[in-house]
Design a protein around this ligand. Structure first.
Ligand SMILES: [Zn+2]
Length: 397
């Protein structure tokens, strides 16, 4: 694994994509990489604790491989409040609820979230923001500043602007307080006296008692469970969280607050950074790719069941998250449109080989993946079929 490692996992749901992803991530963790998950749509990182990412039952069935006994991995799953509210039986204990605050966003973020449908309203509010420091503001302060605006023609705009502010406040996407910075939790310790993981805020207590603390790195995950309640016109709500978290990740690296190497994970990536979606996530993900190797070692692993919906080379989208793939894993049961788009981006999909590719991919069994490495493989015959029960990936990176 290097800072230019770009892994793409493509398979329909239920064909071993999650096991494969967790396998790669936990192997990388053991090798010193810090995993950050930017779209954990099924709370997969909750069970990252076992080496190999396989379930306990699977490890028992397969038999443990030497040196691969399950070991605990410290992890924190952060979930936006508006998605937490969608658990029918309450929030699971492993979820940390959080809301982005005014200190996390920019003025243009706020304008984006408010999404005024009238230009005069937008103009008045934009003027109001003027040279305010957004991190010092909150909903109450903005409403009171709006009351103070004293230009006659604005009076009939104040009501609608306030209603737009109220509706954003009620959506729970942005809060005046309640803030948590997920990246503060990468640094953690294992207390060998208490047999538990300890985060910065509780470290002092263990130190006071002279406990044996071992430095660790935690796995950080943005839980997007229930994102699919928002895929019909409200995508920007969860995409906004992914984008802001990506931006804050870049900020934290530049400030020297966090240090690589990192392996970034994006699941169902076509839903957060798809070809047809807005540019917010795409913009910051591209920035992350741009700083990879220069400011921090950053490998990426993208997972999707619809690679044809990602920005790929020659698509009308100005971005491309497929073309630089160094390790591609193609699962069984994909729509031909999708595996063709993925394979085509590697330049290995020659005119005379189409039938060979089709046959090889159609012959895959459940949980099998065709492994394509454009640097090592010259054509489809070179590409091996792999399974993720055994540590194959360790030898391919
Ligand atoms: Zn302790």
């Amino acid at each position: 694994m290097t800072d230019t490692t770009r892994i793409l996992l493509v398979a329909p749901t239920g064909r071993g994509k999650t096991v494969a992803g967790k396998r790669i991530v936990s192997t990388a963790y053991d090798d010193g990489w810090t995993p950050v998950h930017f779209s954990d749509v099924k709370n997969d990182f909750q069970s990252i604790s076992y080496a190999g990412g396989a379930s306990k039952q699977m490890i028992e069935t397969m038999g443990l491989i030497d040196g691969e006994e399950p070991h605990r991995v410290p992890r924190k799953l952060f979930q936006p409040k508006f998605l937490v509210d969608d658990y029918r039986n309450g929030k699971p204990s492993y979820i940390e609820q959080f809301t982005l605050g005014f200190e996390d966003i920019t003025k243009s973020d706020l304008m984006f979230l408010l999404d005024f449908n009238s230009e005069p309203q937008e103009q008045v509010f934009d003027n109001l923001l003027g040279d305010l420091s957004i991190e010092d503001e909150n909903f109450i302060s903005l409403k009171s500043k709006l009351d103070d605006v004293e230009i006659e023609y604005t009076n009939n705009l104040k009501g609608p602007i306030k209603r737009t502010l109220n509706s954003l406040e009620n959506s729970k996407i942005l809060a005046s307080n309640l803030r948590k910075n997920p990246f503060n939790y990468i640094e953690c310790w294992e207390c060998h006296d208490c047999d538990e993981f300890v985060w910065k805020e509780d470290k002092g207590e263990h130190e006071l008692n002279n406990h044996d603390l071992e430095e660790k790195r935690a796995v950080i995950s943005l839980s997007l469970k229930h994102y699919d309640n928002y895929t019909y016109g409200d995508e920007e709500k969860f995409q906004f969280y992914v984008a802001v978290l990506m931006r804050n990740f870049i900020k934290e690296i530049r400030r020297g607050n966090i240090e690589g190497p990192f392996i970034l994970y994006g699941d169902e990536f076509h839903e957060v950074a798809g070809r047809d979606t807005g540019n917010l996530v795409k913009k910051y993900f591209q920035k992350i790719l741009d700083i990879a190797g220069r400011q921090a070692d950053i490998a990426t692993i993208l997972s999707t069941q619809r690679p044809s919906k990602l920005p790929y080379p020659q698509s009308s989208d100005p971005y491309d998250f497929v073309g630089d793939t160094t390790h591609m894993f193609i699962g069984e049961g994909l729509n031909p449109v999708d595996w063709r788009k993925a394979v085509n981006s590697t330049n290995l999909y020659g005119q005379g080989d189409k039938e060979k590719w089709r046959k090889k991919i159609n012959d895959l069994n459940q949980y099998e993946f065709l492994y394509v490495n454009p640097e090592k493989h010259d054509d489809v015959e070179d590409c091996p079929v792999v399974k993720f029960y055994s540590p194959l990936v360790r030898h391919t990176g």
